[in-house]
Design a protein around this ligand. Sequence first.
Ligand code: DGY
Length: 322
Amino acid sequence: MKKKILLTRRWTQDAESYLSEHYDVTLNASDVPLDAAALSQAMRDYDAICPTVTDAMNAAVLGTPGARVKLIGNFGVGYNHIDVEAARKAGITVTNTPDVLTDTTADLAILLMLMATRRAGEGERELRAGRWTGWRPTHMMGQSVSGKTLGVVGFGRIAQATAHRAHHGFGMQVAYYGRRRAPADIEAACKARYVADLDTLVAESDVLTLHCPGGAETHHLVNRARLALMKPTAVLVNTARGTVVDEAALAEALVTKRIAAAGLDVYEREPVVNPALLGLENVVLLPHLGSGTQETRTAMGMRVARNVDLFFAGQPVQDKVV
Ligand code: DGY
């Protein structure tokens, strides 16, 4: 009998088709996120659930009495929405989708950096509103990134790919902070300099880009005190998780011009965005588009499928979280 699998959201057609051919798959045709009760029911009804960042796979859901699920095949590299300890206790395997979204997400970090430093959102809004009066030498001047310091927080795959682009594509100096220093060859690939103290990195960065995981350990890592350490010309970029930044403190820093600008792809309470940010010209706000290309979203779905295939074939999964 085919294994029963639930995809909690719409995936690309290629990925949905592949899984539907091989398993008894339930698709979420309406693409509306499932609530806790529906996720708990799914824990009883399926062999595997393939959730994503919009699904709170918390201890209550994972500990559902009478649960049948043995695999959580997450669609996405970040898994802070899954209580991995609860999964471990319940004997449930959790997988994610690293590698396949690295370049796409790094591209988006660079996009946000350039949009924020070059005031692209502000410029587009001016033009569309019919407020542009023509070229002039002092019109909407932004900041150059060449020769500036990119401070990178966390130095995993996406961080390294962002640093590589910034150094080789835009002539930036790269400095990074992480729990561990990276091997010499990884540092050499983009001439990255390790800074052992986060506050020092924050203070010396012209652009600070966040690439650490979400969760309790990094909650409000960028808070009012750290924003106060930043240069007044500095730009903050967040493609990691919204909870890493205290949004209210950031809005205040942007209003008072404590920092120059920010580019955000992720938010503390998605899809709600702090209203204090919405009216500001000096922040670029994207709707969690980091991995959002046709190619990458298909590759993510196929990466989940690979883990599902291996798991139900009784082989070690490729991307085991727990
Ligand atoms: C990821 O892969 O972590 C994306 O942010 C979506 O969850």
